[in-house]
Design a protein around this ligand. Structure first.
Ligand code: C2E
Ligand code: CA
Ligand code: CA
Length: 658
């Protein structure tokens, strides 16, 4: 009751004071009016100042809240919730149009919804206008022009204020409120200024937030495909290893896109990018939902997930690889999307992401030379690549000391089994490791700058023997393998020319075998050197044909004399109709272009018969002879000349020798 008594007392006092004053006559009326007017004005300005103070405090709170918001994607919630309350609006909306890699953002806070909605309380045209003009657009009973009001009415909104968000001089979007709460209440010009003040602070925060989001995204994603990158995949692997249930495996499937370099070289970088983007999207759509798909290198993608056992991983790899194979079109060209897949597994092959990825990579390299294109990691694979590293010094010594040997493998005409030449194949017996695979030491030579010496050793030995055979009255042509890298050496043709002169061998007795991949990779760069070799009169042969990507029409562009069908097809042709069809097509086209065809890897009589039927000219393989050292080849030749005209008898005898 105390306040009431006080107020009643005060009222009574004022009432009596007024009465007493009024009793003084009309002059007192004027003085009283002045007093009333003064109190009224004082009150108004006090209320205004209070209001302004409150608003400033609120803006201050709001900006403080915005800048305290952690960079975890909650900024819009905080911002919009506060703005909506501050302006007593039905909707508070943040809009950022799509820009570069940023997708469009449209988020609204509403009084009864806890989360944000992707709707707005005003027409889109207002937001666009605000972004385009960089000016605030407002409309309502107390705001804006007729046109804006009409647009709002049409949309069914009472009023709205749309303010551009300006960050570092560009407009990145809008902040808006729509629908002042309360039936008879409307937004006023003061609200416009308030929202503008908030927007000025918010813009910086929004932009920074977006920047952080982008930096974070960039740090863990690949720019071209937007897939998680190596760092992210490593994190995920760590996590998967930790949460793996007993009995499960964590599988790393690494896909290597075949022929990316060819696409880049022949169709341009953007076509290569297109190919990668396509592979990325195919992998993403085809992979099981639980899998994480990422890009870990130029043409290397990883799919990682937990699976019940190793077989499930191999099966998934084979399925994915096959489903990805649909051709892809580049303008008028279509290209098969082929991949090689290497698999590593936790716990079998390692526990840390780096080891798992590295071992998947080793397996991928091995997978490239497999018909199925899928390889599970195996320690033997690694020991091979690790062993290569240690061989570099030993190879140098072997080359210095002439420890490299050259074996010869006969090439035979299929029709009359006549010996037409030999292929020279390098052999290296390592003092401690024993025989080293040519693939291994050739790779070592390539990577340690010893390739040209290796090639020269074989070339010299081949030419020396070719000279001897001419002198002995039974000329034979010799074939020497070149690595693709030799073909980018502009001095190579002159070197060959010199050696031919040195040994006095006619150029057409020398065939240089170049693998198909080697020729097709950057064919334009290699053409001048191929052409110079061709002009020397040396014969050129495309080795391992069918394993690369070249279409047969490439053959027409290349200055070559011979095609060697890869031994994988020759070996398969007796049992696999697909292989048979490939060999047949290669033979047909090659003959059409006037090239001779050599089938390598002829191991069985059945294959021999099929090859003859198809019309292949020349064969090479264990059926006739393994690669032999010179002396044993001589014995083979002797046996052949001694033998009687039953060719197969000859062959059998020769095999016994090989
Ligand atoms: P390539 O040029 O395709 O050589 C033919 C390979 O097939 C040889 O393996 C040969 O032994 C093998 N081969 C021949 N007939 C048969 C058969 O009937 N069945 C089977 N399964 N295999 C057969 P090799 O000697 O191990 O050579 C492997 C590769 O190493 C060669 O493949 C060639 O690309 C490379 N190479 C060998 N010597 C040299 C060289 O001096 N320089 C270069 N750059 N590469 C070489
Ligand atoms: Ca060869
Ligand atoms: Ca070959």
């Amino acid at each position: 009751m105390l306040p009431s008594i006080l107020v009643a007392g005060l009222n009574t006092a004022i009432g009596l004071a007024v009465l007493l004053i009024l009793q003084q006559g009309p002059g007192a009326y004027v003085l009283l009016a002045v007093l009333v007017a003064f109190f009224y004005l004082a009150y108004r300005s006090y209320a205004g100042a209070m209001n302004q103070h409150r608003t400033l405090t609120e803006i201050y709170d709001l900006t403080g809240a915005i800048s305290d918001t952690p960079h975890d994607g909650t900024l819009p919630d905080v911002l919009l919730g506060r703005v909506r309350k501050l302006l007593q609006a039905e909707y508070a909306t943040l809009w950022m149009p799509a820009q570069g890699r940023h997708p469009e953002v449209l988020l609204s806070a509403r009084p009864d919804d806890r989360g944000l909605l992707d709707v707005a309380g005003s027409p889109e045209s207002l937001r666009k206008q605000a972004v385009e003009s960089g000016q605030t657009v407002a409309g309502g009973a107390k705001l804006g022009d007729d046109q804006t009001r009409a647009r709002l009415r049409e949309f069914g909104a009472k009023d709205a204020i749309v303010v551009p968000l300006r960050a570092s001089s560009a407009v990145i979007g809008t902040l808006e409120v729509a629908g002042r709460l309360g039936d008879n209440l409307h937004f006023r010009p003061g609200d416009v200024r308030l929202l503008e003040a908030v927007a000025a602070h918010a813009a910086v925060a929004v932009e920074n937030n977006r920047l952080v989001d982008r930096l974070r995204f960039d740090a863990y994603h690949d720019a071209l495909t937007a897939l998680p990158n190596r760092r992210r995949i490593s994190q995920a692997l760590e996590e998967a290893v930790r949460v793996r249930a007993p009995g499960e495996v964590v599988a790393v499937l690494m896909f290597d896109v075949d022929g990316l370099r060819d696409v880049n070289d022949s169709l341009g970088q953007s076509a290569g990018d297109q190919l990668l983007a396509e592979v990325a999207s195919r992998l993403r759509t085809l992979s099981p939902p639980a899998a994480l798909v990422g890009r870990v290198g130029g043409d290397e993608f990883v799919v990682t997930l937990r699976l019940p056992h190793a077989e499930a991983a191999s099966r998934l790899a084979a399925e994915l690889r096959q489903q990805m194979q649909d051709p892809m079109t580049f303008g008028s060209l279509t290209l098969d999307v082929d991949t090689a897949v290497g698999i590593s597994l936790h716990p079998e092959h390692g526990s840390d992401p780096a080891t798992l990825l590295q071992r998947a990579d080793v397996a991928t390299h091995a997978a490239k030379s497999l018909a199925g294109g899928v390889q599970l990691f195996d320690l033997a694979l690694e020991s091979r690549s690790v062993r290569r590293l240690g061989l570099a010094g030993d190879l140098r010594r072997a080359l210095d000391n002439g420890e490299l040997e050259v074996y010869f493998q006969p090439k035979v005409t299929l029709r009359d089994r006549r010996l037409v030449g030999v292929e020279c194949l390098a052999r290296w017996e390592h003092p401690t490791h024993g025989a080293v695979q040519p693939e291994d030491f050739v790779a070592v030579a390539e990577h340690t700058g010893q390739l040209s010496r290796l090639t020269e050793v074989v070339l010299r030995e081949g030419l020396r023997r070719a000279r001897q055979w001419v002198d002995a009255g039974r000329p034979l042509s010799v074939a020497v393998n070149l690595s693709p890298r030799t073909l980018v050496d502009p001095a190579f043709p002159d070197r060959v020319d010199d050696l031919l002169r040195e040994y006095g061998v006619s150029p057409d007795r020398l065939t240089l075998e170049i693998t198909e991949d080697g020729v097709v990779d950057g064919v334009d760069r290699l053409l001048p050197i191929l052409r110079r070799l061709y002009d020397l009169g040396v014969h050129l042969s495309v080795d391992d044909f069918g394993t690369g990507y070249s279409s047969l029409s490439y053959l027409r562009r290349l200055p070559v004399h011979e095609v060697k069908v890869d031994r994988s097809f020759v070996q398969g042709m007796a049992t696999d109709p697909g292989d048979l069809a490939i060999v047949r097509a290669v033979v047909d086209i090659s003959r059409h272009f006037g090239l001779s065809v050599v089938a390598e890897g002829v191991e069985s009589e059945l294959t021999l018969e099929l090859l003859e039927e198809i019309g292949c000219d020349i064969g090479q393989g264990f059926l006739f002879s393994r690669p032999l050292p010179y002396e044993r080849l001589e014995a083979w030749l002797g046996a052949q000349t001694d033998a009687e005209p039953t060719p197969l008898g000859e062959v059998r005898r020769l095999r016994a020798v090989g």
